[in-house]
Design a protein around this ligand. Sequence first.
Ligand SMILES: Nc1ncnc2c1ncn2[C@@H]1O[C@H](COP(=O)(O)OP(=O)(O)OP(=O)(O)O)[C@@H](O)[C@H]1O
Ligand SMILES: [Zn+2]
Length: 723
Amino acid sequence: MPFAAVAIKVPLHRTFDYTYDTCQAPCVGGRVWVKFANRRCVAVVTELKEHSDVPKDKVKAIESVIDEMPVLSKSHLAFLRFASQYYCYPFGDTLFTALPGALRDGEDIDKTQTPILTLTESGRTTTQLRAKKQLALLEQLRSAGDATGTELKTLGFSQAQIKSLLEKQLIREELRQDTSWQSTPLQIGNKPTLNPEQATACSAINHNQGFRTFLIEGVTGSGKTEVYLQCLEKVLAAGKQALVLVPEIGLTPQTVNRFKRRFPGLPIDLWHSNLTDNERLHTWRRAQQATTALVIGTRSSIFLPFQSLAMIIVDEEHDHSFKQQDSLRYHARDLAAYRANQSQIPLLLGTATPALETLKKALDNKYQLITLSKRAQTSQDNSFHIIDMKAQQTQAGFASSSLQAIKRTLALGKQAMVFLNRRGFAPTLICHECSWISDCERCSTSATYHKNMQRLVCHHCGEQQFVPHQCPDCGSTQIMPTGLGTEQLEEFLTTEFPDIPVCRIDRDSTRRKGSLESALERIHQGGAQILIGTQMLAKGHHFPDVSLVIILDVDSGLYSCDFRATEHMAQLVTQVAGRAGRSGEPGTVLLQTHFPEHPLLQDLVNNGYQDFARYALTERQEVQLPPYAHLAIVRVEATSAHLVMTFLSDLVPAQPFSGIQLLGPIPAPMERLAGKYRYQLHIQATQRNTLHQYLMQLKDYIGSHKLATRVRWNIDVDPMDTF
Ligand SMILES: Nc1ncnc2c1ncn2[C@@H]1O[C@H](COP(=O)(O)OP(=O)(O)OP(=O)(O)O)[C@@H](O)[C@H]1O
Ligand SMILES: [Zn+2]
């Protein structure tokens, strides 16, 4: 009797056997409907076989077959199996995480047409429209060609604007048959001549055959993207596909347009969290059928089933958004390395501030290191200055010299950028009389004061409270905001510089759809302005007019309990600083700190990230922390602290396991979050294999533990932080 082993979306580390009818045979990698625990659900066939260990009278039959052709190829299944094992996450869950929603629900994949928006005759000539944004949309189609709804939405246009233009018959939707693009010669838009360093980089990459990882360590603005573009040229001209992974906030209109303009007419698809199920399905299918040439996407695009993938690029590889922080806790960069190896293709990792993991592999010659040491459009480097904040008179957190620097910059018609990685008005309210603090009721942290909203908001659990007029403890009316947030900076700078437009970019100011895009557009129009932002403003943007950058708070990064905090601080400082002086004159970067003599800060400022990172690596080696050891964290939470402790203590074996160091159970740095108590067990090993062997056993042990269903637990392999 023939059997099919199938994966089902359940939190179990195994597949399930079903029989099937040979006249309607399933295929490996195809979907079927099965009955599981009295529920009808979609399953993916992972193996067809002649024997099963399930007793004959217990085994059920597949209800019906959905796909005649696999939706997941054998190699893709192998890739997902690897991801499941590596991240200790159930195979069925992993597989269903990778599939787009429509396929998870059993929908048909058999669509071969994509809706495209194109200009009508009158759309081509219209130059007057009352709605500016609609006019901009027409302009976009005129300059960069037809586009899908997904693309336009990524570029900051709304569904309402599209609809309105459709009604005015200035654009129309055409269902276009996906055709092969491989047979038409690749068109290439205007491009600069590479400088010698870029040319060396491209030639090293283009001469490569098979799998190889390149780390392009290029200072900010050194033209890494240009290197990607010129390497892609070769791949795309050969009719092969490529994937460009970008950080969550890196998928800006600028980036997208740059790729579109360079390769006019080429089918380019975008992938990010804001797509509809249908849009995802389209891109999935276009990747699989090779009707798309290039996908630019955020982390989950690593799961797309390309038919002929020939290059993967991870831009800003150090960025934390490549690591998923819940369910399948994967790192897209690390999975990219597996996929590149599996497909025997090159992997390009680019950044000005490599993660220490990546840098170590490059220094160990596992990756080929390519350095771009000069900025592409200016010959000089930015100048850094440390401002000692000890005993300084400050105004809204600014030293007087910082304010003067802003004045000078604006007088020259340039832009100044102020960076503070904390949104809201102030991180706490404090009672002047009794020192009551605005704590979040559900977390061991304070709630941030948001003046515009008149609310206290916990940035960890999202809980909102009204702002009290009187101290809840002593009744005093002397409650004041303490500490700084971006809202406060905005209020202060708007009063200080009344004639100058001030633009704040953080998660609050950009919540409305399209608001980030329009803010970025305003900045790009240039002229004297002050930009205030959190890390949303730090990365990837090219603002030619910014000549001054002020970083207000580096100190929290110097003294944090997390071992990656200094690395993270240095990356952020370097990336933010890199926004200054990107064209013409070099920029000025001011760092305000209470610890001007701190050796890491000195190293960063005087010798740059490259030096800092190499020094930081020797520090990690001394204390045997990643990347010199491999780490996994078991995180457990429940409403009862006792339950969590009992469970975690039970995971610590009586006998030590050779090659494994355990730390814990210890409370998480934020012990209480959203009303739950959180504890952790750190598991560390010098050998990757030892760690994974241990985790395999541990995962099975946890799965069978009687308390496992009464707590929430997860295993985080290669965690990005210890919070
Ligand atoms: N060879 C070149 N000649 C002239 N201009 C160039 C050259 N290479 C890049 N540029 C320009 O220099 C600017 C910075 O280049 P690019 O965006 O590629 O740098 P990057 O290293 O990717 O930047 P980031 O710091 O954002 O990561 C861009 O405006 C780009 O068009
Ligand atoms: Zn909270």
